[in-house]
Ligand binder design. Sequence first.
Ligand SMILES: Nc1ncnc2c1ncn2[C@@H]1O[C@H](COP(=O)(O)OP(=O)(O)OP(=O)(O)O)[C@@H](O)[C@H]1O
Length: 267
Amino acid sequence: MTVHTEPLRPAGLAGHPGAGLVPTETPLYEMRNICKRYGSFTALDNMNFHIGRNEVVGLLGDNGAGKSTLVKMISGINPPTSGEIYVNGKRTEIRNRSDSEAAGIETIYQDIALVDSMSITRNIFLGRELVNRWGFMDHRRMQEVAIQILGSAVQISGIDNPDKEVGFLSGGQKQAVAIARAVHFKRNILLLDEPTSALSVRETEHLLAYVRDLKREGTSSVLVTHNLYHAFQVCDRFVVMSHGTKVFEARKEDTTIEEVTDHVIRT
Ligand SMILES: Nc1ncnc2c1ncn2[C@@H]1O[C@H](COP(=O)(O)OP(=O)(O)OP(=O)(O)O)[C@@H](O)[C@H]1O
């Protein structure tokens, strides 16, 4: 881990409110002094946030804290009102999904963006279909690849048939398809917004194990969750938000679940 251990100063005090832990190595992704306003309402207020290499960041906070707003900003569907974004240390404009995909970012939302009436294969390749040399969709190749990635990457039962319509899958199986897509397209940042809310206990364990595996393979993740036990199973660093700003940040080895809980409920 490559961040200073300087604790976050409480917002409103002298120093650098909201700055938190400062990366010492160029992060994969960094937002600096980000603000997001909806009319007169400020959803994100001078937010600093980064995603390091080979790390899982837990983004925590009570309802309405601004977690989803932040994740949507990273994924490009909710551009900032002001502030700067850096990808691999380079100032970058991320104003839509194509920008974030180009930056290697994939998002798995609470309500996963899959098309229920399409097969697993079509969903994996949605918008990035493989074509043959005549420019037509190459169904056979897509199916072969789908079988390969479902067999290797995603070990959630019941999704061995890539022709199955996604509408017939459980919440966990849909998550698995979304993850398979992320893995296949070699994202280096995976955003998971409340990914376990629709999952069984077993599926949740699979998903968390999978996030750990991905980290080993070089994909960093941001996990938004209300479940601190899940967060403590996989996250290397915790960021607690309240009212659109960062109120606590610590590496796992420097904090406890009690301390993090305290910051989440106190705010
Ligand atoms: N499009 C929008 N227009 C106006 N206000 C918005 C919009 N989107 C979000 N907000 C407001 O921004 C604040 C932060 O919302 P956000 O969804 O980011 O919170 P959250 O931390 O993800 O909460 P939860 O845990 O309940 O999902 C809330 O007060 C919300 O009402």
